[in-house]
Design a protein around this ligand. Structure first.
Ligand code: RB5
Length: 154
């Protein structure tokens, strides 16, 4: 599995922890930045990861900002992205089983490294259940298509 990873300055320290975990687990990843705690704008880091996942260049993504909120809002604007902001392993597992989340979002100022590692581990190893959830994801896709069509016609 290939993972695209990025954060803003608020998620930078936790991103570095997550990189250690991915290395330990021998998960292939690319770090799209940021590379320090200098202030940056989270949409600039959400976009390349969300596009890379949406275009199939990476299987899944992991994004971090201070709360995880801004970067998840930005990532979810990209068609095909289902970015799930998770602060506990139960939600992380459900985001894979029920929502087929293709980006995991973490709050660097919310989570300690131990809990964040548990969340990432369960998220990486849980499969989408399919079944009744497929129809719901199709309805999300229909919403995207409706608004993409309207924008094209503007
Ligand atoms: C940056 O200060 C902070 O606003 C950002 O990391 C994030 O929490 C936004 O949602």
């Amino acid at each position: 599995m290939k993972i695209a990873l990025a954060s803003d300055h608020g998620g930078y320290a936790l991103k570095e922890e997550i990189k250690k975990l991915l290395q330990e687990q021998q998960v292939d990843f690319r770090d799209f930045g940021t590379n320090s705690v200098d202030s940056v704008d989270y949409p600039d880091y959400a976009l390349p990861v969300a596009e890379a996942v949406s275009q199939g260049e990476y299987d899944r993504g992991i994004l971090l900002c201070g709360t995880g909120i801004g970067i998840s809002i930005a990532a979810n604007k990209v068609p095909g992205i289902r970015a799930a902001l998770c602060s506990d392993p139960f939600s992380a597992k459900a985001s894979r089983e029920h929502n087929d989340a293709n980006i995991l979002v973490l709050g660097g100022r919310v989570l300690g490294p131990g809990l964040a590692r548990e969340i990432v581990q369960v998220w990486l190893t849980t499969r989408f259940e399919g079944g009744r959830h497929v129809n719901r994801l199709n309805k999300i896709r229909a919403i995207e298509e409706k608004y993409c069509r309207e924008r094209k016609n503007e």
